[in-house]
Design a binder for this molecule. Structure first.
Ligand SMILES: Nc1ncnc2c1ncn2[C@@H]1O[C@H](COP(=O)(O)OP(=O)(O)O)[C@@H](O)[C@H]1O
Ligand SMILES: O=P(O)(O)O[C@H]1O[C@H](CO)[C@@H](O[C@H]2O[C@H](CO)[C@@H](O)[C@H](O)[C@H]2O)[C@H](O)[C@H]1O
Length: 466
């Protein structure tokens, strides 16, 4: 990746001051419910090939409520906008109009002209581009549909990363690696933009965005499953197909990123870190004769429970059965190898289009520290994430338990047909532990973001522990 160097200009401070009151209204703004302090780190000026406006990718630091983030905000300066235009952020003291860049053609043209392109991806002539459209329901990032930006005039999808973190973004690198080994169930990355910015006493580098092939007429997997659940129509066939695709994805990930494949006994290197949601906690050495890999799973469950209970007091009553399940997990004999996984797989991360499934968003669980998101893990964690998602779809679509059972069984049958051998009793036990682990994560996610939905993961915890 060619990193462009972020530099601070005088106007960046005025832009930060103008953006500060606008930011809390964006869904991707991570500091919620408290006042945030916003300062300018600097920015990159990209050249619009048509010279219609100034395009600046601003990097801001936002702090508040005990957390902080580096955020990317592309703005377009000096365009003419009517007062009520939703793209209008405001005016600088000298009267210059500042527009939200994400949906503006000037930004899209400049981004495409500056980005690194995948091998064989031809540059896009600016006059081939159609009107950009920011997709509704944007969450952690902003995705823009770009007609004409793909190969041979096809449509492409530009994902603008909002929260920037040090290092190559897995949402660029993993789909690239998968596409390189010929796995076709991930939208193919066509171009990406990287930058280097000041961080502490040094510099950080990372991706700012990625352009991928667009899956035309695709349906979001969660919306689709909810529709089936509402109609009481079986999701079995689609779930089985999805299970097959996820099994194939794990094989492709192991092939594409072989350095991330860790044999089960590899977990013995030093005291295994108990990662999930609990940075810095370390487990004790496993008892003699017991599998370190099993201890790792057990410790991770215990740590996840401790972390989740700090935020969700409703979980307190589950402490004893969770501890008992963790202890039984320690006795497992043949835990499978670890490898690169998706990390936050659920129905909202898959698209149904062209009569098949596509997998998106390899960034891992957004509530975890970055260093933990891309660690090798059990492939079954992804399968467990998908099982949890059927519970969510059934709850939203008010479907009976039988609907969920069919979706679960079909998904697992499809998954088993494409994944390696695991002893069925071990597989069932691990799936239960990993589903519980995910439901605990979801309880925190819902408590923080959608308290009305907290009952869904809590019911999951109850079912899995009961
Ligand atoms: N290549 C694509 N083709 C078609 N739709 C896409 C594509 N990539 C993303 N989408 C749509 O954009 C939504 C958000 O994408 P995603 O990568 O999950 O972003 P986020 O990190 O913001 O959750 C998806 O749910 C899907 O509806
Ligand atoms: O897609 P993200 O990476 O932002 O993932 C986070 O948000 C998800 C919700 O948008 C959340 O997923 C949970 O709700 C989904 C329905 O909206 C459901 O399909 C998932 O099974 C459930 O986990 C995800 O956990 C969170 O990390």
């Amino acid at each position: 990746m060619t990193d462009r160097r972020v530099a601070h200009e005088d106007r960046d401070d005025a832009l930060a001051a103008l953006l500060a009151p606008w930011l809390p209204g964006r869904r991707w703004f991570p500091i919620k419910g408290v006042d945030a302090r916003v300062t300018a780190i600097g920015g990159l000026t990209l050249e619009d090939p048509e010279g219609a406006a100034d395009v600046r990718l601003l990097l801001l630091r936002a702090e508040g409520g005990g957390t902080g983030a580096v955020l990317q905000v592309p703005v377009v300066l000096g365009v003419e906008l009517a007062d009520g235009d939703p793209a209008l952020v405001g005016r600088l003291p000298d009267g210059t109009v500042v527009a939200d860049g994400a949906g503006r053609p000037e930004f899209e043209r400049a981004w495409l002209a500056s980005a690194d392109r995948a091998e064989g991806a031809a540059p896009v002539p600016a006059d081939a581009l159609g009107t950009p459209k920011v997709i509704a329901g944007e969450q952690s990032n902003t995705s823009v549909i770009l007609p004409g930006a793909g190969p041979d005039g096809s449509t492409a999808m530009l994902k603008v990363f909002r929260g920037l973190t040090e290092g190559d973004n897995p949402d660029v690198d993993v789909p690239r690696a998968l596409a390189e080994v010929g796995w076709s169930h991930v939208p193919r990355p066509l171009a990406w933009l990287g930058a280097e910015w000041p961080e502490g006493d040094g510099t950080a580098h990372g991706h700012l965005g990625v352009l991928s092939a667009f899956v035309p007429g695709a349906h979001d997997g969660f919306e689709l499953a909810c529709d089936f659940a509402r109609r009481g129509e079986s999701f079995g066939e689609l779930a089985e197909d999805l299970g097959e695709v996820i099994g194939q994805m794990h094989r492709a990930l192991a092939k594409a990123l072989p350095d991330d494949v860790v044999p089960a006994e590899g977990a013995t290197d030093g005291a295994p870190e108990v990662g999930e949601g609990s940075p810095g906690r370390h487990a004790a050495e496993p008892e003699a004769g017991l599998s370190p890999a099993a201890a790792r799973v057990a410790d991770a469950l215990a740590a996840r429970f401790a972390w989740a209970s700090e935020t969700v007091p409703e979980l307190a009553g589950f402490a004893d059965p969770v501890a008992a399940l963790a202890e039984r997990t320690r006795l497992l004999g043949d835990v499978p190898h670890r490898q690169r996984v998706h990390g936050d797989l659920h129905l909202g991360q898959v698209l149904r289009g062209d009569d098949t499934w596509y997998v998106l968003d390899f960034e891992g669980e957004p509530l975890l520290p970055v260093a933990q998101r891309t660690r090798p893990d059990l492939a079954l964690r992804d399968a467990a994430g998908m099982l949890r998602s059927f519970d969510y779809a059934a709850a939203v679509g008010d479907a009976p338990a039988a609907w969920t059972e069919v979706a679960r069984a079909s998904f697992l049958a499809g998954y088993a047909s494409e994944s390696g051998d695991v002893d069925p009793a071990t597989r069932a036990h691990l799936l239960r532990v990993l589903e519980l682990d995910k439901a605990l994560y979801e309880a925190v996610y819902e408590a923080r973001n959608r308290p009305d939905w907290l009952a869904i993961p809590l019911a999951g915890v109850q079912r899995l522990i009961g």
